[in-house]
Design a protein around this ligand. Structure first.
Ligand SMILES: [Zn+2]
Length: 224
């Protein structure tokens, strides 16, 4: 038996429908989504279209979202997923540095855990601190680059302009993301374990991690 409140009929068209109070929460939710889609698309023509594509509807909905200029820095398959999260937060200046925690009243100590001299802001932790400066320049030198950029976004933009080869660019993005992640990890070790890893050890970890990730993707692509 076809329910009088069916929202999907044999010819695969959505029918106009307002749920009664007696229908299930799932049915009410489906109707709410249908209404939300129509509102966002400013049209109900998709409900009576002869063919329906989730992809097309999704793309139409996404068109209303402004494109961001940092997506290729973060959503790079050569970058480890956990490193993507860290660099995404770093680009938005949302990592919980001591300076930020101090502003929230969580801690009284604002001093950088790696050098013990300056206030631990994102800018200091990733570019101005002696530890991170050395790590960053050693990693870039390993990849054949020299840069004095002291801001994550400007460094990544510089790489985007400077690298002509797409593969090289993605590997450098992965290395920068890994560097940010390892600096963050070293900072956490300094705070919670009272242990600061050496710069040489941190750089070695970054190199091994990036090499392993890149090789694993190349091997997967070649189907070995
Ligand atoms: Zn420092």
């Amino acid at each position: 038996m076809v329910a009088p409140h069916a929202v999907y009929v044999k010819n695969r068209n959505w029918v106009d429908y307002s749920p009664s109070v007696a229908v299930s929460w799932a049915m009410k939710y489906i109707c709410k989504v249908k209404k939300d889609c129509s509102d966002r698309l400013h049209s109900t023509s998709w409900l009576t279209a002869t063919s329906y594509s989730i992809k097309v509807i999704y793309q139409n909905l996404c068109d209303q979202i402004p494109k961001v200029n940092w997506h290729y820095f973060v959503w790079n398959r050569y970058t480890l997923p956990k490193n993507r999260v860290t660099i995404w937060l770093a680009l938005h200046d949302r990592l919980k540095t001591k300076e930020r925690l101090h502003r929230y009243g969580v801690t009284m100590d604002e001093t950088c855990a790696l050098c013990g001299h300056d206030t631990e802001t994102s800018a200091h932790l990733f570019f101005k601190c002696h530890f991170s400066k050395e790590c960053c320049s050693m990693v870039l030198a390993w990849l054949g680059f020299i840069s004095s950029r002291n801001n994550l976004f400007t460094l990544l933009k510089w790489i985007h302009r400077y690298c002509k080869n797409s593969f090289t660019m993605k590997v450098v993005y992965a290395a920068v993301a890994s560097t940010v992640y390892q600096i963050r990890k070293a900072r956490n070790l300094a705070i919670w374990e009272q242990f600061v890893p050496s710069i040489a050890c941190t750089v070695k970890t970054i190199q091994v991690t990036v090499k392993h990730r890149v090789m694993s993707i190349i091997v997967r692509n070649k189907g070995y």
